[in-house]
Design a protein around this ligand. Structure first.
Ligand SMILES: Nc1ncnc2c1ncn2[C@@H]1O[C@H](COP(=O)(O)OP(=O)(O)OP(=O)(O)O)[C@@H](O)[C@H]1O
Length: 312
């Protein structure tokens, strides 16, 4: 044994463990960006299966997309998900679940950022300013935490100029101005294609087929007409689609009466109250359903369930 090198080794080891335990303690009290932390895929699966009702296609695609991306040590581009569907079908809700599974504080995390078009970018004449601010914001946040999550709600109302501003970050570049965006996740939410997704679900229902038999391949052509070739949609104008910058298009099906009931029950559970089936039925029956004759799908999805429950 050579006393000096043994001493150095012991010193180095204790410094390292000291640093690790310091980091552990620090991260317990203050939020840390744990970019190398693997995704707990079974926890995400359980969350989606237990909390998200009536969205078997979205559940499957989201699981596949996130596990694939997080298991890849060397992604070539950031993950971009585009969520489509009717109002109140769970697009924001899913983003929240995804965010919580990536960063435990979810939407409150310093590493998760939600933008709402009409709220954050309301004035068309200020587009240049918004572009500048948004680019700085994304650059700053990805530099601080590579696995940052950016959610853009109301994507169909987003000015194409704003989409242009995010486009360089979504591409296959190794770095943009010294920052790599390849571990970040971008989630876009929109109603674009919602009417055509509903039509497909309705065709299945009218043909006597089960909702659960609807597959992604049944909806892909629908999305391609409603979203990819819709010249009025911001997505089309921005060229995100023809440059293949969106990794997954995720359809959300319209919700039925039984799903609305499940939402009411979930809300009662969340409020810590016992499930009262009479109230569940009353709240669900107060919602309006379409089409006019069959009345199958809730026109607001589960959106107003929480406020309606307050009246009972
Ligand atoms: N599929 C679902 N499963 C469980 N709960 C749901 C589902 N869809 C909606 N909800 C409930 O309804 C609330 C409103 O839904 P959410 O905001 O996710 O709708 P959205 O699809 O984003 O609508 P919009 O397009 O209008 O923004 C959610 O917070 C959640 O409580």
């Amino acid at each position: 044994f050579e006393p000096i090198s043994v001493g150095i080794t012991i010193g180095a080891v204790s410094l390292l463990t000291g640093y690790l335990s310091y980091k552990d303690i620090y991260c317990r009290f203050s939020e840390c960006c744990r970019e190398e932390q693997p995704l707990n895929a079974s926890a995400l699966k359980l969350d989606l299966e237990e909390k998200l009702f009536g969205q078997h296609v979205a559940t499957e695609v989201i699981l596949k997309a996130l596990t694939g991306f997080k298991n890849n040590k060397n992604p070539k581009k950031p993950l971009t998900l585009s969520l489509h569907g009717w109002a109140g079908t769970g697009k924001n809700f899913v983003s929240q679940i995804v965010a919580e599974n990536l960063h435990p504080k979810g939407l409150k995390s310093n590493f998760v950022h939600l933008f709402v078009s009409t709220l954050h970018f309301p004035h068309e004449q200020k587009i240049k300013l918004y572009q500048d601010q948004l680019q700085k914001w994304i650059r700053g946040n990805v530099s601080a935490c590579a696995s940052s999550v950016f959610i853009f709600d109301e994507m169909d109302k987003l000015h194409p100029g704003i989409i242009d501003a995010i486009k360089p970050f979504l591409d296959y570049y190794e770095q943009v101005d010294g920052v790599s965006y390849r571990k970040a996740i971008f989630i876009f939410l929109s109603n674009a294609g919602g009417d055509l997704i509903t039509k497909t679900a309705l065709d299945f229902w009218r043909a006597g087929k089960k909702r659960e038999d609807i597959q992604l391949k049944d909806l892909e052509p629908v999305l391609s007409v409603g979203v990819f070739n819709n010249k009025h949609s911001g997505l089309w104008h921005s060229g995100l689609i023809d440059r293949n910058l969106i990794d997954y298009f995720i359809p959300f099906l319209p919700l039925e009466y039984r799903h609305v009931k499940m939402c009411v029950q979930a809300e009662m559970r969340a409020r810590g109250s016992a499930i009262d089936e009479d109230i569940v039925t009353r709240v669900a029956e107060e919602m309006t359903f379409f089409p006019k004759d069959e009345k199958i799908y809730s026109d607001k999805g589960c959106k107003t369930v929480q406020s309606r429950l307050d009246f009972h």
